[in-house]
Write a protein that binds this ligand. Structure first.
Ligand SMILES: Cc1cc2nc3c(=O)[nH]c(=O)nc-3n(C[C@H](O)[C@H](O)[C@H](O)COP(=O)(O)O)c2cc1C
Length: 167
């Protein structure tokens, strides 16, 4: 897939087939995450691809939509708010850094013909406990990883001239 085709193809998918993901595809996705930029190159993240059914069930219990458990894997990104660069006012860069890494993962998955849906609406302390994560590490985002079992509906965007200008 050409880059812009990947960008257009990526959508949030909320229905999955249970078909397994080829190991080679997961390795290419890992390489794409590995190349993600981060402030000062601190790479304040860890990524887990959870395939264990018991652990997937526990993660899904903290995000109660039936489609998360349908996918054969859940990608989890864990960020460290202490090991990241801080802006001059002290604001940690970890959310930006993990956002970029997660998007690398999502776009690589799309290029592999896989579907994803960024999930952030969960209780972080409970998700940390399920995954054995202790602050300053935190589970900052996750996504089902698998083959889509739906065509996404159109989700409108703001008019391009309202959000993008050449000055
Ligand atoms: C930071 C972030 C958090 C999100 N959290 C959720 C979520 O908890 N559950 C969900 O179903 N979608 C979630 N989404 C997906 C958005 O709803 C989706 O990207 C947006 O509606 C645009 O649709 P599209 O991804 O299909 O283009 C999240 C997206 C982002 C970037």
């Amino acid at each position: 897939m050409d880059f812009y085709e990947v960008i257009r193809k990526r959508r949030s998918i909320r229905s999955y087939k249970s078909d397994p993901i080829p190991e080679a595809a997961l390795q290419r996705i890992a390489e794409a995450v590995h190349l993600a930029p981060s402030a000062c190159n601190f790479q304040p993240w860890k990524i887990k691809i959870v395939t264990d059914p018991g652990l997937r069930a526990q993660i899904s219990a903290n995000y109660t939509r039936d489609w998360l458990i349908q996918a054969p894997a859940i990608a989890v990104i864990i960020g460290n708010s202490k090991q990241c660069w801080k802006r001059f006012d002290g604001t940690p860069s970890v959310n930006i850094d993990i956002g970029i890494a997660m998007e690398h993962l999502i776009l690589a998955a799309t290029a592999e013909g896989l579907a994803t849906c960024w999930i952030g609406a969960y209780d972080m302390a409970k998700m940390n406990a399920v995954l054995g994560v202790v602050p300053p590490w935190n589970v900052l985002a996750l996504s089902p990883l698998g083959y889509a079992d739906q065509e996404p509906t159109n989700v409108p965007r703001k008019p391009i001239n309202k959000i993008f200008e050449i000055v």
